[in-house]
Design a binder for this molecule. Structure first.
Ligand code: MN
Length: 739
């Protein structure tokens, strides 16, 4: 027994050294003179101080710091200081080693980072509000040195990878905080590979059955998928080589977590998730040719496969805030399915997978890097005394997810705004007065309206006018909270002033009409003019919308009711024609026009203004030259027709159950997503077998805006179609419109 243990220890020692050497190999790319010695010193200290500790799995504890250091070097691309800190990240907390020891051996910087790491651990041992408070502290530390958070992510990743031996309760807790905080944090820092792995691992523990199900499904179709990818990629490779581009082209499976998200949000089974992988084209290009080569590859791919023009994303010309650079497109594969293509160079790929650390490696001088800006933003948020810890956490999470754009002022200063912000948002971001006086903007020297949606990298000059003032409809144009609240308070103030003036005018006018100025009478007046409040009444008076003659009308209506219905009289001959048609409709049996079978007997047409279809509430309207027109009762013209020409209206009703089809339009808006059009047309053509006459689609800043003209049988049919279209992922609104 004793022998066996000794042998085990010896083998373990060998294994530890083997792992340490692997770590050194991973560190090599960033190592400079003297670094190896530093790392060795840290390794020795960690080994010695953790020597009697074991992990839950029974393994020597030192495996963990070595693995964390390896992740930091290999998967995040961090340098020697971070490797040293990663090796020592648990010693101050778990062993007799003190911060002073660390500082003496490794210097102030290393000690500060380890101090930060020690403080973060134990963050989540309390209830939720304490967690938030602690998270805030963690970010304060982060603002001190971002390496703290990067090493913490490496630590978390390794713990998640080796969680099988933990009790279930602990697994659930760690997995939950990972999905809640660490994965979004990794995303924001541009660590996409780590982010998806954290998500997948969390799901493995939080929803083990679903995780296993999707993993199994993916595995079963693996051979089929590989075959497809091979065939798809072959011609691309051929032409890339012909054109002298060196590239690695491969299919990259989407994460289980993202597939699960798609199934949930679209409410579809696994079989219907079509984008289980993306094709990556990683180019080996020298720096000066990177952009040109990416577009060359794009051109090659789209010569072979038809691209979806709405799905082109160019983060090569303007990288994302977290440093991500890539060219994305979606093309139609040979079997009629959309395939996502990501084109980038090796350098860009490294940034995509390792995030900012990789970024630093390439950018020697880091004077314009976005991370500094982000850290400044975090500082700003932290210093806001109003927000309590939980609000802060929510804000922070929201900001992690929302993509930001960077806009330049004419002088070149950088302003950060959320995706979708307009020129007007920008104006308010600069100064409240500039926002309030804004009449337009020049974006990249071209004149645009206030509602212009800004694109990353736009240079914006605001044009103001002393006569301008905030308008009600500006609220629909802006999206930032700052602009909204400024506009609202300005409108309120403006309204108050106008109402004040209107009140004085009204008092005078009522006096001249000998109407008492009383709350009761003000209410009656508001009611008479169909205004929601007395303030609106004052405003209408101030704007001249209610004049003395209107007030007189009110006065007479009080005495006499129903003396103002005046019909317009048509010309005599027209009148005769109309009478004729009317008498033909209103037969002895019925006074209702049955649409669908009286075709031959009475000439009628469906009004173009509202395109009625069977099932709609309709009425007939007798026209002079075109027979009877059928309108929907909610046609925009209906009220006016019925009010002014009531005698020309005939009751009408749909009769036919025949399979007639009627042309109508659907307006579909949504968030642009891979394959959105495909899914919409699938519902229309395949599921509902409805014929489309035309389809026009606009996409702007990720907003999908489409108009589709289709042939339907009746309103039931249409309602069911709308209901199903609403279920398509990304679709936020479907409304019928009339051509
Ligand atoms: Mn640890």
């Amino acid at each position: 027994m004793k022998n066996a243990l000794v042998i085990d220890l010896e083998a373990e020692k060998q294994e530890i050294l083997k792992r340490y050497r692997a770590l050194l190999r991973a560190c090599k790319p960033t190592m400079q003179r003297g670094d190896k010695k530093e790392i060795r010193k840290a390794f020795d200290m960690a080994l010695e101080s953790h020597k009697n500790m074991r992990r839950k799995s029974g393994e020597p504890y030192i495996y963990h710091p070595i693995a964390v250091a390896q992740i930091a070097a290999e998967e995040i691309g961090l340098g020697t200081t971070s490797i040293v800190c990663a090796l020592l990240h648990d010693v101050v907390e778990d062993t007799d080693i003190t911060l002073e020891d660390i500082e003496r051996e490794f210097g102030k910087k290393t000690a500060r980072i380890i101090d930060g790491l020690t403080k973060i651990s134990g963050v989540f041992d309390y209830n939720s509000s304490l967690q938030a408070e602690n998270f805030r502290k963690m970010l304060l530390t982060l603002a001190d040195d971002v390496r703290v958070i990067l090493i913490k992510l490496a630590d978390r990743l390794h713990n998640m990878r080796t969680m099988d031996f933990m009790p279930r309760q602990k697994q659930l807790k760690i997995a939950s905080e990972t999905i809640y905080l660490y994965a979004p944090l990794a995303h924001r820092l541009g660590l996409y590979a780590i982010k998806s792995e954290l998500e997948d691992l969390s799901m493995k523990y939080l929803e083990p059955d679903t995780y296993k199900y999707i993993a199994t499904q993916l595995n079963e179709k693996k051979a089929e998928r590989s075959m497809f990818i091979k065939r798809f990629v072959e011609p691309i490779n051929e032409i890339l080589a012909e054109q002298g581009l060196v590239a690695d082209v491969y299919g990259r499976p989407k994460s289980i977590h993202s597939i699960w998200n798609k199934m949930k949000s679209k409410n579809i089974p696994f079989e219907e998730v079509y984008d289980l992988f993306a094709i990556r084209i990683i180019l080996d290009s020298p720096p000066e040719r990177e952009k040109a080569d990416c577009w060359k590859a794009y051109s090659i791919v789209t010569d072979l496969y038809r691209p979806n023009p709405d799905r082109l994303r160019d983060w090569v010309s303007s990288p994302k805030g977290n440093g991500y650079e890539s060219l994305h497109t979606t093309v139609m594969g040979p079997k009629g399915q959309w395939v996502e293509i990501q084109i980038r160079t090796q350098r860009m790929n490294e940034i995509a997978e390792k995030g900012f650390a990789a970024h630093w490696k390439y950018k020697e001088s880091s004077n314009d890097n976005g991370l500094d800006q982000w850290i400044m933003k975090v500082r700003e948020m932290l210093s806001n005394p109003e927000a309590n810890a939980l609000d802060f956490l929510d804000d922070f999470k929201m900001n992690l997810f929302s993509d930001e754009i960077f806009i330049f002022t004419p002088k070149g200063a950088l302003i950060q705004l959320p995706q979708g912000a307009t020129a007007l948002d920008f104006a308010f971001e600069i100064h409240t007065d500039i926002g309030a006086k804004c009449i337009g903007a020049k974006v990249n020297h071209k004149l645009v309206p206030l509602s212009y949606k800004l694109q990353n990298g736009d240079q914006v000059e605001i044009i103001t006018s002393g006569k301008q003032a905030p308008k009600e409809d500006w609220l629909n144009i802006v999206m930032t909270a700052k602009a909204k609240s400024k506009i609202k308070s300005s409108l309120k103030e403006e309204k108050r002033k106008i109402a004040e003036t209107g009140k004085e005018i009204l008092e005078r006018k009522l006096k001249s009409l000998k109407i008492t100025y009383s709350t009761d009478n003000l209410n009656k007046l508001s009611y008479f003019f169909k205004l929601p409040s007395t303030q609106d009444l004052f405003i209408a008076v101030a704007n001249g919308k209610i004049e003395l003659k209107d007030l007189r009308e009110y006065l007479s209506s009080e005495k006499e009711v129903d003396n103002k219905v005046v019909h317009e009289r048509p010309e005599r001959t027209e009148y005769q024609q109309i009478e004729n048609l009317l008498s033909r409709v209103k037969t002895a049996e019925s006074d209702t026009l049955l649409i669908g079978e009286d075709m031959q007997k009475i000439d009628y047409t469906l009004a173009a203004c509202c395109n009625p279809i069977p099932g709609d509430d309709v009425f007939g309207f007798v026209t002079v030259n075109e027979g009877i027109k059928i309108h929907r009762t909610n046609c925009p013209n209906a009220a006016q027709l019925m009010a002014n020409y009531g005698y020309r209206v005939v009751k009408a009703k749909w009769n036919s159950q025949r399979e007639l089809t009627f042309l109508t339009g659907l307006h579909i808006v949504g968030i642009d997503d891979v394959g959105l059009i495909n899914n919409i047309t699938k519902v229309i053509s395949n599921d509902f077998k409805v014929n489309m006459r035309s389809i026009t689609v606009d996409t702007d800043n990720g907003i999908f805006d489409g108009s589709i003209m289709i042939y339907v049988n009746d309103t039931d049919h249409l309602d069911r179609l709308i209901e199903n279209l609403m279920k398509v992922k990304g679709v936020t609104g479907v409304t019928r419109f009339d051509a």
